[in-house]
Ligand binder design. Structure first.
Ligand SMILES: Nc1ncnc2c1ncn2[C@@H]1O[C@H](COP(=O)(O)OP(=O)(O)O)[C@@H](O)[C@H]1O
Ligand code: SF4
Ligand SMILES: [Mg+2]
Length: 355
């Protein structure tokens, strides 16, 4: 028998404080550097995994984060979840400073994460029902109510509770385990769900089903997503806006169609040009971008892309270009070619000041 939602107890979602105009998440100057040992002759080195990253996620939005492996996507996600400490920066949830006005305990309900490894969050000794019920119980729900909620959520993620509730994680497929992880996240009534390569390990057909499920759940539960993936086709399909990261920095951001149709940063253009077509008969085999692969250990000075950029000029190595608004719907890029009067030969002329 499947319980009806009317009889199933749920954790109350963290209340909306600021209304629709206030971002659900505001990140300012987020920074994480990892010290790494060089060889015995060289000095200590630093991985600038996330460097002065700022962005906002509006309520109900899906924001994608793209960029090559190692550019800092997962570190950003872990910092947001407070799974590791940051070196600098602010994380503001619905107008509240996390750690001050908003406790970490509240944050762990208001923000949930699904990882690429579908085993990562599941205790192999707990049944699927117990795994989903675990979080609500930690937050004070009685065992029976938490199990009823778990069974209801199994139905919501497309797994019949009578077939799945009493199974163990190793007894189900990767796609089914990711559905369980989604149910586990939803059990805490989060408003923001961070999906870090959550569909990347799945076969294409299973991936498409889980993406459709995520789209349905977003509407039903009023969720906001931060969707991290190296797969640009998937990010375009699911996101409203996108951030492009390169070696720990955001180099371009904006509405996904705007960025795809008129990419302003040469790195974004290179990523899009190298994108495998979703049509299997039209797959390109071009390597992503020429030049050395990115290494966030002691990254290049100035614009970090200058060592690979076909348009690099001497000024590019001197100072870091800031994100500059391109005039349309919040589209911004950090490239001297997009900044009027920057001194780059391809930059537009600076507009005359009004007299
Ligand atoms: N705990 C850690 N210690 C040292 N370096 C790390 C650690 N975690 C991540 N890194 C490094 O930080 C960089 C960014 O990693 P990550 O955020 O996982 O990138 P992405 O998710 O975009 O592939 C990589 O160079 C990675 O090797
Ligand atoms: S700032 Fe210079 S090096 Fe960087 S992307 Fe723009 S043109 Fe290329
Ligand atoms: Mg990652």
């Amino acid at each position: 028998m499947t319980e009806t939602s009317a009889t199933v107890e749920k954790l109350a979602p963290i209340e909306d404080v600021g209304g629709v105009a206030q971002p659900l998440l505001q990140v300012n100057g987020l920074t994480k550097h990892f010290p790494v040992r060089g060889d015995f002759l060289s000095a200590r080195k630093t991985v600038r995994a996330v460097d002065n990253v700022s962005f906002a996620v509006m309520k109900g939005e899906t924001v994608g984060i793209v960029g090559e492996s190692g550019c800092g996507k997962s570190t950003t996600a872990r910092l947001l979840m407070h799974l590791m400490s940051r070196d600098a920066g602010e994380i503001i949830y619905d107008g509240m400073q996390v750690g001050r006005a908003f406790s970490l305990r509240e944050l762990r309900r208001g923000m949930q994460m699904v990882f690429q490894d579908s085993y990562a969050s599941l205790n192999p000794r707990l049944t699927i029902e117990e795994s989903i019920a675990f979080g609500p119980k930690v937050h004070g729900m009685a065992d029976g109510a938490a199990r009823a909620l778990a069974r209801e959520l199994l139905g919501k993620v497309g797994l019949r509770p009578e077939n799945f509730a009493n199974r163990y994680p190793h007894e189900i497929s990767g796609g089914q385990r990711q559905r369980v992880n989604i149910a586990r996240a939803l059990a805490l009534s989060p408003r923001l769900v961070i999906l870090d390569e959550a569909v990347s390990a799945l076969d294409k057909s299973v991936e498409a089903q889980v993406l459709n499920l995520l789209a349905d759940l977003k509407g039903e539960f009023g969720l906001t997503y931060l969707f991290i993936s190296h797969d640009l086709n998937v990010v375009r399909y699911i996101s409203d806006r996108v951030l492009v990261m390169y070696l720990g920095e955001v180099v371009e951001l904006g509405p996904v169609d705007e960025v795809w149709d008129s990419p302003a940063h040469p790195y974004t253009r290179a990523l899009l040009a190298a994108m495998p077509s979703s049509d299997p008969d039209n797959r390109t085999q071009t390597p992503p971008i020429s030049g050395d692969p990115p290494n966030p250990i002691d990254p290049p000075s100035g614009c970090r892309f200058h060592t690979r950029c076909p348009f690099a000029e001497p000024l590019c190595a001197n100072a870091t270009p800031k994100l500059f608004p391109l005039g349309k719907m919040g589209h911004q890029a950090a490239c001297y070619m997009a900044i009027p009067g920057s001194g780059h030969s391809r930059a537009p002329a600076k507009e005359q000041e009004a007299i």
